[in-house]
Design a protein around this ligand. Structure first.
Ligand code: ZN
Length: 161
């Protein structure tokens, strides 16, 4: 699988990530990104929020149960896990060295911040080096994208059924 070099998504997803980041306030919110991959292009179609199990306010550990549940939902709808997202309660949407150390190979990492203004930037890692990926917002959010988003972005997904 080749490293991702470009990202496509609908504006509603960016708004959803910012809303989750705002709700988490100074803690980090986190979750999973589901979508499709075509060569080195990634289309993010769905964002899922997972419980942050980290005891530290400035770190995140995605609830593994939520990751497994999201992967199962993805498989059922023809999507795959394409990456992870998390917020920075303060500071820019730049990945930290801890983010680089914890990143999964060939997945994308979206970093969300609300201060000083809402921003979502998407990265991949070459070793510990972060490479920002150009994001293209899809003009419309209809059909399969909207259908995939409806049930999942509305509610928090946790390990418990
Ligand atoms: Zn981070």
């Amino acid at each position: 699988m080749s490293a991702p070099r470009s990202v496509y998504w609908a504006p509603v997803l960016r708004l959803r990530l910012v809303a989750w980041a705002r709700a988490a306030r100074t803690r980090e919110a986190c979750g999973v990104l589901l979508g499709t991959r075509e060569l080195d292009a990634v289309e993010i179609r769905c964002a899922v929020e997972a419980r942050n199990l980290s005891a530290d306010a400035d770190a995140f550990v995605c609830d593994p149960g939520a990751i497994v549940a999201a992967e199962q939902k993805a498989r059922a709808t023809g999507l795959t896990l394409v990456g992870f997202w998390h917020s920075h309660g303060s500071g820019p949407a730049l990945p930290s060295s801890r983010d680089a150390a914890g990143a999964w190979p060939v997945s994308v990492t979206a970093v969300v911040t609300v201060l000083p203004r809402p921003s979502v930037r998407v990265w991949r890692f070459e070793g510990r080096a972060a490479v920002e990926l150009p994001c293209t917002e899809l003009a419309t959010c209809v059909g399969p994208i909207a259908a995939h988003n409806q049930p999942w972005t509305q509610s928090r997904m946790t390990a418990s059924p």
